[in-house]
Design a protein around this ligand. Sequence first.
Ligand code: AMP
Ligand code: MG
Length: 431
Amino acid sequence: MSDATAAPAPAARRPLMPLDDALARLMAQAQPLAGIEDCNTFDADGRVLARDLVAALTVPPADNSAMDGYAVRTADCAAPGTVLRVAQRIPAGSTGEPLAAGTAARIFTGAPIPPGADAVVMQEDTEALPEEGSLGRVRVTNLPQAGQWIRRAGEDVERGSVVLAAGQRLTPQALGLAASIGFASLPVRRRPRVAMLSTGDELVMPGTIAPEAMPPGAIYNSNRFFLRALLLRMGCEVQDLGLVPDRLEATIDGLRAAASQNDLIITTGGVSVGEEDHVKAAVQSLGTLEHWALAIKPGKPFAYGTIARPALEEGGRELCHVCGLPGNPVSSFMTFLLLVRPFLMGLLGTTQAVPDAVQMTAGFDWPRPDRRREFLRARIGADGRLALFSNQSSGVLTSTVWGDGVIDNPGGQAIAVGDTVRFIPFSAWLA
Ligand code: AMP
Ligand code: MG
């Protein structure tokens, strides 16, 4: 640079990084972790499937009855009130004989349809005519349609098909589906190992000082609680390092130890412009750390870095990632959901990194939008419209509990009652 007198741009004017750019940069670093585990299907809720599950059988394996009733040939029941001889009885778990013309088979839900039958008449549409020494006869009071109350072989799962795909996060219903094709255990990605630590001399752990005895300027550490819970919900193993001591050497030692055992270290606080703390310097001395000013509100300051370490797994990467979240609780919460969660999803190799927004109607006016993309805490009203929490400050954690989710509002866009907005429910992020 020739003009040595030019002052550096003031920190506040740093160009803001669009969220999508930040996400793309993070995701480029989020290679799926090496290491696949075999997990009992009972215990696999929330885990990420590491391989496609291919069905080795057809479900249901054969045409079967959807009702308790009688298997018939519709050709035998052309007139209402037809009476048929009951020639056999087929409970679930057994197979019948071919159905002779002019006869019916007593059948129960789930039992295979006997060859020759083409419909099931539900019990309620029949009248049983018992006879001594035989299965008796049955009067069919309603005319059956061909195919009625028959569940077709393969209508759920075709043999050879991919029933659950690699990268899917397993839900309770997915465990049932996996079990229905015979999987007692499932190949899943190993859990990401995440260490977390807080910075800030003002922070006090609940339980150590009573509310009425809190010194001036002190606040309770709230971030640690929701971050830990968010990580556990995502299936991470969490190592909580607590508040790091206020000395550079101790911080470096703590970070080095955490990096050697974890895939990711999450810090909160101390990433604002101009702020100096030991975590920043310590990460920089062990690896790399970039500070980003994100074009979002809340959650402008964010840091991403890496610390070299031995690979945790054969074939794994020799890097521990570092995400530095802002200290303000709502900023910390939102940057976790918007950036750290997709990053962890990337480490897990899952395809469902970011929840979809849904179109909803605003029940409020927002006449003075920020130039940054805003994530406004809002609640779904009984009228189906969104209501806004009265205080959108990044320090007001109540907004995240009152709200059902956030409105993803583009920078500079005013909102008026009746406008369509994009809403992301917290339930989609917390799943
Ligand atoms: P910082 O990002 O360190 O400048 O912190 C911004 C604001 O968030 C300050 O008011 C901090 O007191 C507050 N803060 C930082 N860390 C936490 C935490 N772990 N829990 C609650 N508030 C915090
Ligand atoms: Mg601080």
